[in-house]
Design a binder for this molecule. Structure first.
Ligand SMILES: [Zn+2]
Ligand SMILES: [Zn+2]
Length: 309
């Protein structure tokens, strides 16, 4: 039944709730189950109002706004769904949380997505043990709103419904958004929420040579939880199969800059949208190994030059 939320101060609601629960002591003696149940209903409502009244001073009346404000007060912090239930005062807080992510572009990552990213070495969040996060936990990764998100979710929804392997769906989504950041939440959704999604992304990078970068793998300037297909082209076959830890070590050693011209991502420009690639000093085909010693970072322009020689 629809009811108007109680907009009193928490002290007043708390007092009424306590009185109600004291009265309930007598109701417990009633024989009729239904009478006992009905007597408890107002207490449930009051408890919910009590939760949402905790944010009364913030002057946000909609449940969704209270959820957002709560996240914004505690960014990069593990928030349990139960907390969102309390501050929102509504039962369908998961739906509101999803709307904040999909329609409003807030970087609210779920524990399950972050855990799967952490297993593949794509994220490490200071002070958070990402590998033990649970599905009912959430983290607001960034305080910046991404206004392109709603459009991407629409594209993700279309691709999700196609009949393709998870890896192909993810690749199609990344290629449609080439050059722009997408979130792990989106990739997981495109892959029909299958646990394998994070591994498939890594395979696209390491086995198929798609330049997919994250904060941990090649682009420390990117926010955590974000993936970007830097260019819509695969690296040559001989430059594939480089394990992520080796790739990371080479890029760190080279200071995330081209070893020939010194280009780094701070110089990125729309008219000259370069990216960094790894090149084998001793050709892979001639027995050159995928080791830190045999690899150097080159921008794609210098890399092309080296190979056309
Ligand atoms: Zn270069
Ligand atoms: Zn090369």
């Amino acid at each position: 039944m629809p009811r108007r939320p109680d907009r009193r101060m928490p002290e007043a609601i708390n007092k009424e709730l306590r009185e109600l629960l004291e009265d309930f002591q007598q109701k417990l003696a009633l024989d009729d189950l239904r009478e006992r149940v009905l007597a408890l209903v107002p207490a449930y409502h009051l408890l919910r109002d009590l939760g949402s009244s905790l944010m009364l001073a913030e002057d946000v009346s909609a449940a969704r706004d209270r959820i957002l404000l709560y996240f914004q007060k505690y960014p990069i912090t593990v928030i349990h769904g139960d907390e969102l239930m309390v501050v929102s005062g509504i039962q369908d807080w998961p739906r509101r949380t999803r709307e904040l992510r999909r329609e409003y572009g807030w970087a609210i990552a779920s524990g399950v997505t972050l855990k799967e990213m952490s297993v593949e070495g794509e994220i490490s969040i200071e002070g958070v043990n990402s590998s033990s996060l649970r599905p009912e936990e959430y983290i607001l990764l960034s305080k910046t709103q991404d206004r392109e998100a709603a459009l991407r979710w629409k594209i993700a929804n279309d691709i999700r419904r196609t009949k393709q392997a998870v890896r192909d769906k993810i690749l199609e989504f990344l290629r449609k958004n080439a050059g722009s950041a997408v979130t792990g939440e989106e990739l997981r959704y495109v892959g029909n929420d299958k646990t394998e999604w994070a591994r498939r992304v890594r395979e696209l990078r390491t086995e198929q040579g798609w330049p997919i970068a994250t904060h941990n793998t090649g682009r420390p300037d990117l926010p955590i939880g974000v993936y970007i297909l830097e260019k819509d082209r695969q690296s040559p076959v001989h430059d594939r199969n480089i394990p992520d830890p080796v790739r990371r070590a080479v890029l760190v050693r080279d200071g995330y800059a081209c070893r020939m011209c010194g280009w780094n991502h701070n110089q990125w420009d729309r008219s000259d949208p370069r990216n960094l690639e790894l090149h084998h000093v001793k050709e892979h085909a001639k027995g050159g190994e995928n080791t830190e010693e045999n690899l150097i970072s080159l921008c794609n322009v210098c890399h092309d030059k080296v190979h056309s020689r």
